[in-house]
Design a protein around this ligand. Structure first.
Ligand SMILES: [Zn+2]
Length: 159
């Protein structure tokens, strides 16, 4: 597939709500499963994170683990591929830039991206549950996020 040029903020705003919600849900679920503290996530521009269609707010860490954070950044892009078969980076250029800024080389990022693909496939039910809640509410607090993740794991066990 030909490389696509980076999307403008305006083009990103035109992306359907559920799609943005799935992208953000993947960041949030990945962070929670990594044991990172997620404050909240939401749709629309965040005052601290301008120009994006959605946001996930994590607690700042004194010694962040770059590998964990790279997984969290690339999980959004992995969700684009899992749910929409979107070519890599079309909607996730900023996430890739942030992952690269952690100091990883391209080959390492490719391998982290593959592992993010596996993560998203394994947690697709939780990501979807969070995404629908997020698309409905526009924003999820930490308790609402954790509740949606728990509900998905109960669903899986057939309770
Ligand atoms: Zn993202």
């Amino acid at each position: 597939m030909p490389a696509r040029k980076k999307q403008t903020a305006e083009e990103r705003r035109a992306v359907p709500r559920l799609r943005v919600a799935r992208h953000e849900a993947a960041h949030a679920v990945c962070a929670v499963k990594m044991g990172l503290y997620v404050h909240s996530c939401g749709l629309g521009a965040h005052r601290m994170m301008r120009g994006s269609a959605g946001w996930t707010k994590l607690r700042e860490q004194r010694c962040p683990d770059p590998l964990e954070w790279a997984h969290v950044f690339l999980a959004g892009d992995a969700a684009e591929r899992h749910f929409y078969r979107q070519s890599r980076r079309a909607f996730s250029g900023d996430d890739w830039s942030k992952a690269r800024a952690l100091g990883f080389r391209d080959r390492s990022l490719d391998s982290i991206a593959l592992s993010a693909d596996v993560f998203v496939a394994e947690h697709a039910a939780a990501i979807d549950r969070v995404a629908y809640a997020l698309a409905g509410e526009g924003q999820l607090s930490r308790p609402a996020l954790l509740k949606a993740i728990r509900a998905a794991s109960r669903g899986k066990k057939g309770e």
